[in-house]
Design a protein around this ligand. Structure first.
Ligand code: ADP
Ligand code: MG
Length: 336
């Protein structure tokens, strides 16, 4: 950060980021070389990292507040899918010459708000300048009781498959941003775009799934692709019922108007809901969690045995309202 006219690296850290570390003793107010984070006895540290690049993971004209929220929330969602309790995070920022004080102020204020909401604190990071697009990378730490983290690999034939919240909103929101969704009302568009910009990590739900769910993942690549990841690592297959898919009022309206389609909803990414498997008799306990958190938890299908002849690319079947197997081109977002 040498050639820019705004605040330098140390000024940025002191002014915008040190306040976010204020009530975390091991962060040393961001004045030391590293942080010292204590994990409660009997717990394991769960670590995740996600990077966001302007123009790829967010749109160049997204607000600083939305960018901050998305960066932190996608990491919180990974912690949630492991059943972990958020603890701390680091932030690596590669800023461009265009990054100004107003942007940093809004960025830090948004992080502060989410820190409070989700119970996590900044403990360190790095601040550099880049000639390329603005890039930020967050590494988040959480903890779970030793040996209880939720894994993708724990699904068993006979499990029921559940998903939190509603599916497909973020993918429709992205379409609304990029091409417009003429068939949707302005209010519905706002809801869908909001779901794309500010996913809600299901942290409180994830923690409560420990000891109850078998396998879990968060829906980032798309429902079918992410269920495919569970199937691959668990050595099972899955059948989901399209008619059971939980849709928001906005998504339902868009579908009814013919402006969105089922492939978008089932394969679109960025919802950051929790997708998990559990024994069918867990349904009562899940209904209680759902009521307590005021968060829909919907059973959408079942885990079945995988046969040696199964195509590894097609471990997830979708049946329509008449019980017919649907064919679906592509199964999710791929980065490469
Ligand atoms: P070093 O040269 O040892 O890497 P830095 O000068 O890069 O140290 O950082 C000084 C302190 O500020 C460190 O504690 C580091 O974790 C923290 N820090 C730097 N950038 C950020 C940031 N973007 N967010 C949070 N903490 C940061
Ligand atoms: Mg450094």
């Amino acid at each position: 950060m040498t050639q820019q006219t705004g605040p330098g690296e140390f000024e940025i850290i002191r002014r915008f980021f040190a306040p976010l570390a204020a009530d975390m003793p091991g962060a040393f107010e961001l004045t030391d070389d590293a942080a010292a984070v204590t994990v409660p006895p009997g717990h394991t540290l769960v670590v995740t990292s996600d990077a966001l690049v302007a123009g790829v993971h967010f749109l160049a004209n997204d607000t600083a507040a939305d960018v901050a929220a998305k960066a932190l929330r996608v990491n919180l969602s990974d912690l949630a899918s492991m059943g972990a309790d958020p603890l701390a995070y680091t932030l690596a920022l590669a800023l461009t010459r265009e990054t100004n004080v107003a942007w940093l102020e809004a960025f830090a204020a948004s992080l502060a708000e989410d820190q409070r909401q989700f119970g996590i604190r900044l403990v360190g990071g790095d601040t550099v300048a880049t000639p390329g697009p603005l890039t930020l990378s967050i590494c988040a730490f959480g903890c779970v009781r030793q040996g209880t983290e939720l894994r993708r690999s724990a699904a068993r034939p006979g499990d029921a498959i559940f998903v939190t919240g509603t599916i497909g909103d973020a993918a429709l929101g992205l379409i609304a941003l990029q091409k417009g969704l003429a068939a949707a009302t302005a209010a519905d568009c706002d809801v869908l775009v909001g779901r794309y910009h500010r996913p809600t990590p299901r942290v409180a739900c994830g923690r409560r799934l420990v000891g109850l769910a078998h396998a879990a993942i968060d829906v980032s690549d798309g429902l079918l692709a992410d269920l495919g990841h569970i199937c691959e690592t668990s050595g099972v297959a899955a059948v989901v019922e399209r008619e059971r898919m939980p849709l928001s009022g906005a998504a339902r309206a868009v579908l009814a108007a013919g402006a969105g389609d089922w492939p978008t909803i089932l394969t679109g990414g960025d919802d950051y809901e929790l997708l998990f498997t559990a024994p069918p008799d867990a349904e009562m306990a899940l209904a209680e969690i759902s009521a307590m958190l005021d968060l829909p938890i919907t059973r959408i299908g079942r885990v079945v045995e995988r046969h040696p002849a199964d195509n590894p690319e097609r471990l997830v079947g979708v049946v329509d309202g008449q019980g017919r197997m649907m064919t679906m081109a592509g199964s999710g977002y791929r980065h490469f």
